[in-house]
Design a protein around this ligand. Sequence first.
Ligand code: SF4
Ligand code: SF4
Length: 163
Amino acid sequence: MDSRILNEVRELVKPHSPQYCYQCAKCTSACTATKVIPEYKPHLIVALTRLGSVKGLMESGIIWACTECWKCSEYCPQDVAPVEVVIALKNLSIAMGYKPPEDLKVMAKNVVELGYVSPPIEVLSKEFEMYGREALSLPELVKPYVSEGTPTNLKKLLGGVYE
Ligand code: SF4
Ligand code: SF4
């Protein structure tokens, strides 16, 4: 058991508390990620966090399956907010040097370099034809204004996620 991690998570999720969880699993029954990845179970993540046993969660990277849709928080009768616990674990895992998913790194790079999470993409019609913004009569996407120091500050803020 790592009580230091438990204390750090407690600080990060205040005023919510994983200690109030009574393992009803309502969070898991509502979870968007569980529907796609059955081994991802927010009630188990809360239980392991309460025990301070989170190394495996960070090593496996399962915490990154959370879409941060907040449904678990809405369903929780104890105001535990499992999503807050998962976000705290994600932040701690980066701070502890665990690698984030490659897709997250790509998104961070896009934010710094383009001002968007992703560049404009084409959409697929029912007839399986691809359409870009021009074909859909949409204006060209304007790059958001960024002040001179913003990319540097963003890189610092993104820490280990930006390379
Ligand atoms: S819904 Fe709340 S109380 Fe129930 S298992 Fe999930 S976190 Fe615990
Ligand atoms: S926020 Fe994460 S843990 Fe909560 S329901 Fe959505 S995907 Fe599941």
